[in-house]
Structure formats: structure tokens, C-alpha cells
Design a binder for this molecule. Sequence first.
Ligand SMILES: *Cc1c(COP(=O)(O)O)cnc(C)c1O
Length: 219
Amino acid sequence: MIQDNLKKIQETIPSGVTLVAVSKTKPAEMILDAYAAGQRHFGENKVQELTEKQEQLPKDIYWHLIGHLQTNKVKYIAPFVHLIHAVDSLKLLKEINKQAKKNNRIISCLLQFHIATEDTKFGMTRAEVEELINSDAYQEMENVKLCGVMGMATLTDNESRVREEFHHLKNEFEYFREKYFSDTDQFSVISMGMSGDYQLAIEEGSTMVRVGSSIFGQR
Ligand SMILES: *Cc1c(COP(=O)(O)O)cnc(C)c1O
């Protein structure tokens, strides 16, 4: 079933879009099923669950931390994490840089933007991101690499609203890429779209979708 679901989704995703299979709450056997079908990018939203799965599962999996990350937990994932999606403060980025340095790594990160009209979701505004990037602390960081943006749309069946929110994130991405990263190609990721809205997200420019329940079933 998982392999069929994956295949169906892969068929609807253009080649330039990375599919992150969100395996949170699902057992390792299910991840191995997807792995056997060729899937290598997996996303988790809890640090403890992520580290437990990373220990048990094949070492060539690219692990994405997609959920809110507490500063005091960065050290547990710093040795292996492939991409941290939800950087929402300078304080968190400082800690990622510190732990990356300890592990002799450069950790790739995405800036989480607040794009939903709901106030329950984390994320920064353009002004906050601007302040982060312009800070002396960020300028001095050598062990983090900002690779793009991430956002979560409002949970609603109002399609035009979701589309607008994705469009907004794409605009923010373009703004920051042109202003701060125009001389490099490191800033290239737009992480947006989940099971319910990834097709819309791709139409609005997503380069990375995070799909859970459509692959592994309801949680
Ligand atoms: C759970 C989760 C997803 C996947 O959600 P589905 O609706 O199951 O596809 C994507 N992104 C984040 C940040 C999540 O926490």
C-alpha cells in the first residue's frame, strides 16, 4: 500500500520537486517499506522520535526535521540531520551553528515564514527575517547554510486562500534570494505543501513537499 501511494504521488510531482515522506508517529517498518521503493528523504517533527529512528534505520536516509525545534534539543540531531525546516529565530540559528561546529558540519536550514492567517502557527515575518540576516551574529556564522524558506498554509478547504498564502511565501523567497543570495545558488528551496495541498503548492512554485498521511495513512 505504501509503495503504491508513493508511486502515485511521485507520478504527480515534477522532477525538480523533492518529496519528503513525513513518517512521524509511524513505525520503522513502514519507513523501510518506503525505503525499499527508493524513497530516501524522510521528515519527522519530534527530536526524540527522529533520533530513535535514525539509529535504527539505514544510514543513507536524508532526515528532515520539519517541526518546531527547541534550542535545547538541537544537540541531539546536529550529528546527522540533513535539513532543518523550521528556523524561526536568531537564537535557534545560533544554537544550530554552535552544535554544527562541534560536529564539524555545516547544517542546512530553512527560514520558517508565518504565512497562515491562523495565529497558531510558528514562523517569522519579512521584517524579522531581515533583522536576522542583517545581524552581526548571523554574519559571523560559519556552520549553517540558509537554503530557502518554509511555510504552512491555513488548514482550510478555501483553495484560493491557500493559494494566496503559498504565493506570498514564493514572493518572500524571491525577495530574499534577490536581496541577499543573488551571488550564490545555495538559496533554492521553497518547502511548502502537505497531503491536502501539495498540488496547489507545486503550482505556486514549491520545490519541496512534505507529505505524510497520503503515503503512510491517517495518524
Ligand atoms: C505532519 C506534517 C506534515 C505532513 O502532513 P500530512 O497532512 O500528513 O501530509 C507536513 N509538514 C509538517 C510541518 C508537519 O508537521
